[in-house]
Write a protein that binds this ligand. Structure first.
Ligand code: F6P
Length: 342
C-alpha cells in the first residue's frame, strides 16, 4: 500500500471505547505502512498543530481504558473563520492525506462541513447518548447503559427497604436512549425521556397504583433532557461553542413534586459523568475496534465525506451529512414497550 499520512482526533464529550477506535486505527495504519498523527483535544489540536505520532507503543495497553489518550474538547472551528483556515493550513503543512474525526453530532457536523470545503475526512460515531443518526448504535452507549442498569439494581434494594420513591437522573440530552434501555433492563417503574414531556400527575397516579398493588416503593428513571411542558431544566444557561446549555436538575424538581403530591418519601440520585467514565464493555471495545478498522477502509477506498456505521451486525458507511442532519430519537416502538411495565 502506498504511504499515507493520516490524522486522527477525538472531539466532544469523552466516551468509553474511544481508545479502542484509536488502537484500531493505529494498528491498521501500521499494517498499511501508513503514518498516523494524533491531534490533541479535538478540533483545537488540529487548529494549533498540537500532535503526536501514534506508533505501536503509544496504543499498547489502552484497549480497556476509558476516556481518550488524545484528550478532547468541545471546540467549534466554525465559530471563527480563521480557525477553519488554520485547520486547512495544518492539514497541508503535515501533508495529511486523510483525517479521521471520532465524535458525535457536533464533531461530525464540523467534519461534514470541512469535507464540503474539500478536506479528505471520514468519521466514526461516538456518544453515550446513542442519538447519532444512520447507525444502529454508537460505541459508549452499551457501557453507559450497563453502569446505569447496575445503579438501578442497587437503588431497588434500598428503595424497597425504606418504602421510598427513588428518582434516578440519567444522561441523555436530546434523546432518552440511556434511560429507556437502563430503565427497561433495570426494571424501572416509570421511564421519562425528552421525547415525551413529563406529566407529573400521571407519574403520581402510577406510584399510587403500585401502592394499591402492595408495592410500597417505586423507581423513576428520568433523562436529564426530559422536560416539563417542553422547557429544559438547566444547571447553567451559558452556551457551549455548539450552542448547548448544561442540563441537570430535572430529577430534583421531579422528586420534590412527587413527594409533595403523593406524600411518599422520595430521594434523588444523579448519575452524571459516572456513566461516561471507566472501562468500556466488551461490546463497546469490539464496536470501537470495528469502527477504527472501518474508518481506515473508507480511506483506502477514498470514500471521504462518509462515516462508518453499524447496520444490524454489519459495518457499513453513510454520508456524514445524512448522519448529522437529524438526531436519532427514541422510537414509538420503545415508548410503547415501556408502557407495558408501568
Ligand atoms: O453528549 C453526551 C453527554 O454525555 C450528554 O448526555 C450530556 O448532556 C453532556 O454530554 C454533558 O457533557 P459535559 O458535562 O462533559 O459538558
Amino acid at each position: 500500500m502506498t504511504h499515507l499520512k493520516v490524522g486522527l482526533l477525538t472531539g466532544g464529550g469523552d466516551c468509553p471505547g474511544l481508545n479502542a477506535v484509536i488502537r484500531g486505527v493505529v494498528k491498521g495504519g501500521i499494517r498499511n505502512n501508513w503514518t498516523v498523527l494524533g491531534f490533541r483535544n479535538g478540533w483545537k489540536g488540529l487548529m494549533n498543530d498540537d500532535k503526536i505520532e501514534l506508533v505501536d507503543n503509544a496504543v499498547s495497553g489502552i484497549l480497556h481504558r476509558g476516556g481518550t489518550i488524545l484528550g478532547t474538547s468541545r471546540t467549534n472551528p466554525y465559530k471563527k473563520r480563521q480557525d477553519v483556515e488554520k485547520i486547512k493550513a495544518v492539514m497541508k503543512s503535515n501533508a495529511l492525506g486523510a483525517l479521521i474525526a471520532i465524535g458525535g453530532e457536533d464533531t461530525l457536523g464540523v467534519a461534514a462541513k470541512l469535507y464540503q470545503e474539500g478536506l479528505p475526512i471520514v468519521g466514526a460515531p461516538k456518544t453515550i447518548d446513542n442519538d447519532l443518526n444512520c447507525t444502529d448504535f454508537t460505541f459508549g452507549f452499551d457501557t453507559a447503559v450497563n453502569i446505569a442498569m447496575e445503579c438501578i439494581d442497587r437503588l431497588h434494594t434500598t428503595a424497597e427497604s425504606h418504602n421510598r420513591v427513588m428518582v434516578v437522573e440519567l444522561m441523555g440530552r436530546h434523546a432518552g436512549w440511556i434511560a429507556t434501555y437502563a430503565g427497561l433492563a433495570g426494571g424501572a417503574d416509570v421511564i421519562l425521556i425528552p421525547e415525551r414531556p413529563i406529566d407529573v400527575d400521571r407519574v403520581c397516579r402510577m406510584i399510587h397504583n403500585r401502592h394499591k398493588r402492595g408495592k410500597l416503593f417505586s423507581i423513576i428513571a428520568v433523562a436529564e433532557g426530559a422536560t416539563f411542558k417542553g422547557a429544559d431544566v438547566v444547571q447553567e444557561s451559558k452556551l457551549d461553542q455548539f450552542g448547548h446549555v448544561r442540563l441537570g436538575g430535572v430529577g430534583q424538581i421531579l422528586a420534590e413534586q412527587i413527594e409533595k403530591k403523593t406524600g411518599y418519601e422520595t430521594r434523588v440520585t444523579v448519575l452524571g459523568h459516572i456513566q461516561r467514565g471507566g472501562s468500556p464493555t466488551a461490546f463497546d471495545r469490539v464496536l470501537g475496534t470495528r469502527f477504527g478498522i472501518g474508518a481506515l477502509k473508507l480511506i483506502e477506498q477514498k470514500k471521504f465525506g462518509y462515516m462508518v456505521s453499524l447496520e444490524g451486525n454489519k459495518i457499513t458507511s453513510v454520508p456524514l451529512s445524512e448522519a448529522t442532519g437529524a438526531l436519532k430519537l427514541v422510537s414509538s416502538e420503545f415508548l410503547e414497550l415501556c408502557e407495558y411495565f408501568e
